[in-house]
Design a protein around this ligand. Sequence first.
Ligand SMILES: *Cc1c(COP(=O)(O)O)cnc(C)c1O
Length: 428
Amino acid sequence: MIADRKPGFNTLAIHAGAQPDPATGARATPIYQTTSFVFDDVEHAAALFNLETFGNIYTRITNPTQAVLEERVAALEGGTAGLAVASGHASQMLVFHTLLEPGDEFVSARQLYGGSINQFTHSFKKCGWTVRFADTTDADSFRAALTPKTKAIFVESIANPGGIITDIAAVAAVAKEAGVPLIVDNTLATPYLIRPIEHGADIIVHSLTKFLGGHGNSIGGAIVDCGTFDWLKSGRYPTLSAPTASYHGITFAETFGNFAFAIACRVLSLRDLGPAISPFNAFLILTGIETLPLRMQRHCDNALAVATWLSRHPKVAWVNYAGLADNKYHALAKRYCPQGAGAVFTFGLKGGYEAGIALVSNVKLFSHLANIGDTRSLIIHPASTTHRQLTDEQRMRAGAGDEVVRLSIGLEDVDDIIADLDQALAAA
Ligand SMILES: *Cc1c(COP(=O)(O)O)cnc(C)c1O
């Protein structure tokens, strides 16, 4: 890209992985909307299928538009390789499918995106994988949940929906002690705010659907291999450290070294489970990423202004935004994300469940929906929507009690955002 210097984050967000299209000179990354790719000859085809050379065969496994997205996300995170997939949930499925065997366990923070709690608790059980939950605010609770069958630890860097900042380095120390990889869902922070690799993460997952895509128009997910975990030394992950029958007996960790995990996720789990991202979605998300640094900073600045205003409102019981100086996670926020504590946070209404319903019914600029990380400001009452499948106890523990409202602050004029909340609170 630039021969004699290491490009900065803004430059990487625009250029990493991309170059003018070799066939046409097109400057923007083209949408390679094709299912398959013609082989040069029989030898080329054989080399591709044997993993002796990298190249495109079929868009379920590789595609040039996807490849630019993969390289860009990996570059922003500082990892060795990336993989783009159909959704954030698909990225989680592929990571655990590569790591776990039936009967294995993993420890996860219980403060998670509601859909991840469902995926881990119910769908993963059908694969014979057991999740044990710990408290993301207490690294010792992860140690207490370890068993001889534990194969991984999972946390969100900024935990959804509560606005909690995880002490990633403290949990990483537990993972190191236990000899298991630390997986960090970095969706709410994005690499603009937090780069988990710098704090000990081994694998990063993303829902690209949120701030990375950033415009509320495409579902996507990504896996980043940090290249830090020694699969051969561990020997507990046969997919990586034992010969692979479906690729004539190669051992991934020997052949692919510090990007073996990303390759295994692609050529085994993605190949066989199939949740590929469409080239069109990859293109939209790539375009979104070009402005990530600008958008994230504005998201954070607006969120801090809204949280400050809400914290002084008479109908508001509490505001949980780590960017506020009196918040209990403020010290962690200053250490992990000094540029801002993200755009998603919760607050509590003195009027409880009924007031929550009234507020979401009266907003006009805000959209009442189940998403975050749009240019638009979004609002949801988790107890009546995203978290309603959970038991009362699970909801409380996930930070989604009856009075809780979650906001994802957008990029509108902050005065307009505040004016909308003001009139809706008055009506509530
Ligand atoms: C949205 C989200 C997911 C799931 O991603 P999808 O793209 O909706 O599948 C996972 N983790 C977090 C933190 C999320 O916000």
